[in-house]
Design a protein around this ligand. Structure first.
Ligand SMILES: Nc1ncnc2c1ncn2[C@@H]1O[C@H](COP(=O)(O)OP(=O)(O)OP(=O)(O)O)[C@@H](O)[C@H]1O
Ligand SMILES: [Mg+2]
Length: 263
């Protein structure tokens, strides 16, 4: 059964792309057939996985525009066990055209329906807003993983707003569960970390045990197109991502919770 997980938080810089990329690599490494889908017009995840939307022979934009099937543009094995449906700057325009479309929230769910069974886990990286692309990801997913930057005093507000949106979707009978809040940029010595850490339980969502430490290597890996998991496989950050991968796998899902049943 394929698990489809949206990595979302409308706060910019929460770590969505870093988490999608490195968790993807950690899952691939563990023998889990993983598809990373980049719906963010910034296409950071695509760049972090060392790919250029111009050179991959087709992107998520071509799929949304009805010009390609997802199966035809997925780039296999960008890293061991990790395939990529690449992002594209044109997704900003695509989002605008979606507004007037029928079933505009369901394009991604439809597009992934045929490829799902080739993968054990699909990770969808979302843009930093709650616009139609994020909503498409939430409709396609059965679970949402919410990275929270523990150095951002406003991170709490972003997560609270997203959790509110998830409640609204559930009222529309969209079956999505919160896989967990993920502490990113973790540095326990900082006051901000302590304050946020104490506040997180009040959000009423599960908090994952793995904490991703703050490491400058994440940024270097971004500019070089090689995820930290690959560049520094023995680092504490890599160990944290392997732990996260284990936790995600152990969380499992009921057999019927694959692509969300859309009302
Ligand atoms: N644990 C970390 N330690 C150090 N730097 C980090 C960490 N996580 C993310 N970063 C850096 O913070 C910046 C933002 O991270 P990232 O792009 O993953 O966030 P995002 O939520 O995807 O951002 P956006 O909202 O713009 O899509 C990047 O430069 C990244 O390298
Ligand atoms: Mg991002």
């Amino acid at each position: 059964m394929t698990r489809v997980i949206a990595v979302a938080n409308q706060k910019g810089g929460a770590g969505k792309s870093t988490v999608t990329t490195n968790l993807g690599v950690a899952l691939g490494e563990a023998g889990v057939r993983t598809l990373v889908v980049d719906v963010d017009p910034q296409f950071d995840t695509t760049a972090m996985l060392g790919r250029d939307p111009q050179d991959v022979g087709g992107t998520i934009a071509d799929v949304f525009l009805g010009e390609s099937e997802a199966a035809d543009v997925i780039v296999p094995d960008v890293f061991p066990g990790v395939s990529l449906l690449a992002g594209d700057g044109r997704m900003s325009d695509v989002e605008l055209t979606l507004v007037s479309q029928v079933r505009r929230e369901e394009f991604l769910a439809e597009a992934l329906r045929d490829v799902g069974d080739r993968f054990d886990v699909v990770l969808i990286d979302c843009p930093p807003n709650l616009g139609l692309l994020t909503v498409n990801a939430l409709f396609a997913a059965a679970e949402v993983l919410i990275p929270i930057s523990m150095i951002d005093r406003n991170a709490y507000k972003g997560a609270a707003t997203l959790l509110g949106t998830l409640e609204t979707l559930r009222r529309r009978r969209v079956d999505i569960r919160t896989l967990g809040l993920l502490r990113n940029n973790g540095d326990e010595r900082r006051n901000t970390y302590q304050t946020l850490d104490e506040a997180l339980p009040a959000l009423g969502a599960p908090i994952l045990e793995a904490t991703i430490p703050m490491r400058s290597g994440f940024h270097d890996a971004t500019t070089e197109g090689v995820p930290l998991m690959v560049r520094r496989p023995d680092s504490r950050a890599a160990v944290a991502f392997r732990r996260l991968a284990t936790e995600v796998l152990e969380a499992g899902v009921p057999a019927d919770a694959t692509l969300a049943e859309v009302a």
